[in-house]
Design a protein around this ligand. Structure first.
Ligand code: NAP
Length: 301
């Protein structure tokens, strides 16, 4: 039995592991994919205090090493169920079952799909959800990014250094992402903003050869001849497996305040999968610290 099982090894989960280990609790972190969470897809982090520039992958590796160094155990297993047995919580993964005194859900979120025909079929054949992973395949080619949040803006900036031309397609005329990134994009000679527009068709037989965009105001259609389309239209929280113990809001976020408590005593939630105003690296880390501190308090009570 572990004192604390943490589900998810992103910035929230690994920070929770650090805090829990420093409180001398035994800690198991279970991660379905790769440690680091979505931050590994960010090419350059510029808004984390003290660290002026660091790649997401580097950040994730250093955080992982820090948690391991403090004695946290990390296993790559997907958690598929959670049961409340009072003072013991049963965490079921695809490989095993674990007992814990407290559980911290730091599962983050997965890519939202654009919802256009043939998206699935062309994924990996020109359609991508990760500019840092796949951008290199499109050196000196024309590509498009769709979305208007920080991910889309940062992806477009990153791709502008690799690709011949980058179209940034957004359904409105103002961005949800930071003004600083939008301003930098507007200065790029090889970036064209395609605003008030949606992707209405993916073109190409075996691979993507272009995207059809439709101007929402005029209804006019235009074909952008691109070899790559990077979809950055947000994320969906990964909470479905915990619905029985955790209240979810209409968008699937686990309802919890700053203290990271859920409606089940001993089950806490930290990071992007919780209801909150600002989903950033720094707030994910803060949640991890808070959830672990509350879990320790719960265990010691
Ligand atoms: P986001 O902020 O939720 O933005 C999603 C964007 O996609 C929005 O502009 C939205 O348009 C658009 N969109 C949603 N569904 C769409 C659809 N079906 N078709 C076309 N467009 C669609 O998502 P994100 O950019 O992935 O960011 C997620 C969170 O991570 C945010 O809180 C972000 O600030 C944070 N983040 C932070 C950093 C950083 O700190 N360096 C880096 C990356 C991400 P509307 O604006 O019209 O709704």
């Amino acid at each position: 039995m572990y004192d604390i099982v943490i589900v998810g090894a992103g910035p929230a989960g690994l920070t929770a592991a650090i805090y829990a280990r420093r409180a001398a609790k035994s800690v198991l972190v279970l991660e379905a994919k790769a440690w680091g969470g979505q931050i590994i897809n960010t090419p350059d982090i510029e808004n984390y205090p003290v660290v002026a520039h660091v790649s997401g992958a580097d950040f994730a590796n250093r955080l992982y090493e820090q948690a391991l160094g403090l004695g946290a155990e990390v296993k790559l297993e997907k958690v598929i169920g959670l049961e409340d047995r009072g003072t013991v919580k049963l965490v079921r993964s695809t490989a095993a079952e674990y007992e814990a005194g407290a559980v911290i859900l730091a599962t983050g979120s997965e890519n939202r799909k654009l919802g256009v025909d043939r998206e699935q079929e062309l994924t990996g054949k020109g359609v991508s959800y990760c500019a840092t992973c796949d951008g290199n395949f499109f050196r000196r080619r024309d590509v498009a990014v769709v979305g208007g949040g920080n991910t889309a803006l940062e992806d477009a900036l990153y791709l502008s250094e690799l690709a011949n031309k980058v179209y940034l397609i957004h359904r409105r005329d103002s961005f949800r992402g930071e003004e600083a990134s939008a301003a930098r994009l507007k200065e790029k000679q090889n970036v064209e903003l395609v605003l008030n527009s949606t992707v209405t068709a993916l073109l190409g037989d075996k691979r993507l050869t272009g995207v059809e965009v439709t101007d929402k105001l005029s209804g006019e259609k235009r074909v952008l001849e691109v070899k790559g389309l990077f979809v950055a239209v947000g994320r969906i929280p990964e909470n479905e497996n915990f619905r029985a113990l955790v209240q979810l809001d209409g968008s699937g976020y686990a309802v919890a305040g700053e203290d990271c408590h859920t409606r089940t005593p001993g089950v806490f939630v930290a990071g992007d999968n919780r209801t909150k105003e600002l989903r950033q690296l720094v707030t994910a880390a803060a949640d991890g610290a808070m959830a672990a501190t509350e879990a320790v308090k719960y265990l010691n009570a």
